[in-house]
Design a protein around this ligand. Structure first.
Ligand SMILES: Cc1cc2nc3c(=O)[nH]c(=O)nc-3n(C[C@H](O)[C@H](O)[C@H](O)COP(=O)(O)OP(=O)(O)OC[C@H]3O[C@@H](n4cnc5c(N)ncnc54)[C@H](O)[C@@H]3O)c2cc1C
Length: 557
């Protein structure tokens, strides 16, 4: 295994050794309390694993012995750490339960296969013995995708793919690579970089997520405008199912009927287990340019992005924060700092140019060879100018690029201070972006006020356009709120439902890149329609007739 899993936190984000510089910043907590209408924040520490009782594994002794025969004792694990680590994923809802010591969904055992044949044998065995199987890559699902839910079965095992992390082949002529599905992002990219190549799939969870997870939830990296999302770069996959191996046999192009890759992409472990995949590559970019712009308001910034995308400008990322996200991060960055001459001068420029509280920051990123980067950057700068934007220079963009994977580390300290912090995302066509944005923001704001722990307390909603297409864009919301400690799971459910209802009612998809899992299940039937759900059920029952794979995810019963 190339990544040492014991060094990753079981009930929070990232490396256990990561230095937490936030918890001791009392000035930040005081500022945040005021932002949320609270007199002060609370201390809500997570429970230690040693203090949490775990129910005994339900796997019968004979089944366990057979699994040990198949894999060896080291690859059949049912110690407390392994069961806790694999109980849930990384959603706010998951972390609420993990931190509170709710390990009701701990799997009965965690299995570490090595290779497609072992996965096939394990699936056949589990189907024969009526044991539910939850596929697990990096476990960064934020929709309940890896929850070890047994469904109708007595016992459940988690099948952890991290032991299958070989980069099998790089074909530089075809610009493709084949790798095992459990390979982590950094391991894959390091291997590709040695040949001057990149996949370019960089979700914010990049360091702790795997190739199989990216495919299985149909993900989109932050740079998908240039490198594509999973459906663009997947050439073919091997899907191990209880009925045998489905090899999707990809071609550069094919009109031989519907493409089987579409059964694999977004299947969330409910149809089978991706064991290997072949993916399209790009040369490592020799140049990059990330810089900031300030637009007068959200609609103007969105119009600039739409123009750029419809002009087929080669951008790697165009990310537009709304005015609240722009204000919040600016204020956060200023906590504890004295306002110097430089800041006062910058503010005076904004004032004289008519930028007020509605102003929205945009990061424009370009990668490739020097000439392409320069041409595209200039093209976007001209569009931005046409829309009255103020260029903010490279430092804004570089700061974002350097800190792009650090943000999630602030969630655990916030949860330790009685705060809730969650994200959700959607997408819609351009003419509807503004209406959907307003509807979701309004729903989140109202639900956070309604469930606040005291009168006057409220949340903050931060939003940005994260990915854009010629026909529309995705909207990504982060919401921070004081927790209602009486029942913080019920509070989360109310807020999540209000936002999801607003998405469904206002023409958005229930997920642009997080997937369905358990959390989005109540809204999927409306999005797919009755016949769509029937088709998904038919695929599931032909590949997994007993329904052992990832019960309770993706497809409503
Ligand atoms: C802080 C944070 C930031 C994130 N940012 C992004 C982002 O920018 N873009 C994005 O797309 N997502 C993002 N996500 C969501 C999540 O990281 C992605 O879902 C990720 O790609 C999942 O990969 P994983 O290996 O962790 O999969 P897991 O979480 O282990 O699994 C995800 C789903 O796929 C299934 N699965 C996993 N491996 C396999 C396999 N080999 N075969 C079949 N099924 C499998 C699981 O059963 C589950 O249903 C983010 C999550 C977090 C916590």
């Amino acid at each position: 295994m190339s990544i040492d899993r014991t060094k990753i936190r079981w009930n929070g984000w990232g490396w256990a050794a990561h230095r937490d510089t936030l918890s001791s910043r009392e000035d930040i907590w005081t500022w945040l309390a005021a932002e949320l209408g609270m007199p002060s924040l609370l201390a809500t520490p997570a429970r230690a694993l040693d203090d949490i009782p775990l129910s005994p594994p339900r796997l019968d002794a004979d089944a366990r012995a057979r699994l040990v025969e198949m894999l060896g004792p080291d690859r059949v694990r049912d110690d407390a750490y392994e069961r806790a680590f694999h109980a849930l994923g990384q959603s706010y809802h998951d972390l609420l339960r993990l931190r509170a010591g709710d390990l009701a969904l701990a799997p009965d055992a965690v299995l570490y296969p090595r290779g497609t044949d072992e996965v096939l044998a394990l699936l056949a065995f589990c189907a024969e013995r009526d044991i539910a199987v939850v596929p697990y890559g990096g476990g960064t699902s934020v929709v309940g995708g890896v929850n070890a839910t047994p469904g109708a079965f007595r016992s459940v095992v988690t099948l952890d793919l991290s032991g299958m992390d070989r980069l099998i082949d790089i074909d530089t002529a075809a610009r493709t690579a084949t790798a095992e599905a459990g390979i982590y992002g950094p391991v894959l990219e390091t291997g590709l970089a040695a040949k001057g190549m990149t996949l370019g799939h960089f979700p914010q969870s990049f360091e702790f997520s795997t190739l199989g997870g990216w495919i299985a939830h149909r993900g989109a990296g932050q740079n998908s405008s240039r490198y594509g999302r999973a459906q663009d770069w997947l050439v073919s996959a091997k899907l191990a199912t209880p009925k045998g191996l489905l090899d999707t046999n990809g071609f550069p192009g094919s009109s031989a009927g519907p493409q089987l890759n579409d059964i694999v992409l977004g299947s969330e472990g409910a149809f089978g287990i991706v064991t290997e995949a072949t993916v399209r590559l790009h040369p490592q970019p020799s140049a990059h340019d990330y810089r900031g712009y300030l637009f007068r308001d959200f609609a103007t910034g969105a119009a600039a992005i739409r123009t750029a995308v419809q002009d087929e400008l080669s951008a790697t990322m165009l990310r537009l924060s709304d005015s609240e996200e722009t204000r919040f991060y600016r204020a956060y960055g200023a906590v504890g700092k004295k306002k110097g001459l430089k800041e006062m001068f910058a503010q005076a420029i904004l004032d004289t140019r008519g930028f007020d509280a509605k102003a929205c920051a945009l990061i424009a990123g370009f990668e490739g060879d020097t000439a392409t980067v320069e041409t595209s950057r200039k093209h976007f700068a001209a569009i931005a100018r046409r829309f009255g934007a103020l260029p903010l220079g490279r430092s804004q963009g570089e700061r974002w690029r350097e800190g792009r994977f650090h943000g999630p580390y602030s969630r655990d300290p916030m949860m330790g201070r009685g705060l809730g912090v969650d994200t959700l995302e959607t997408a819609t066509r351009w003419p509807n972006v503004d209406a959907l944005y307003t509807a979701v923001r309004t729903a989140l704001d109202a639900a956070m006020r309604e469930t606040a722990p005291r009168p006057g307390a409220h949340g903050v909603v931060l939003a940005h356009i994260s990915h854009s297409y010629s026909d529309g864009a995705s909207l990504y919301f982060t919401y921070i709120f004081p927790r209602s400690l009486d029942d913080d799971v019920a509070q989360w459910r109310k807020i999540k439902s209000a936002a999801s209802d607003a998405i469904a009612a206002h023409g958005g998809t229930i997920s642009h890149h997080h997937g369905v899992g358990e959390d989005h299940l109540p809204w999927i039937a409306q999005e797919k329609g009755p016949l769509g759900i029937e088709v998904l059920r038919a695929i599931k029952s032909s590949l997994d007739p007993k329904g052992i794979l990832n019960p309770g995810k993706l497809i409503p019963r």
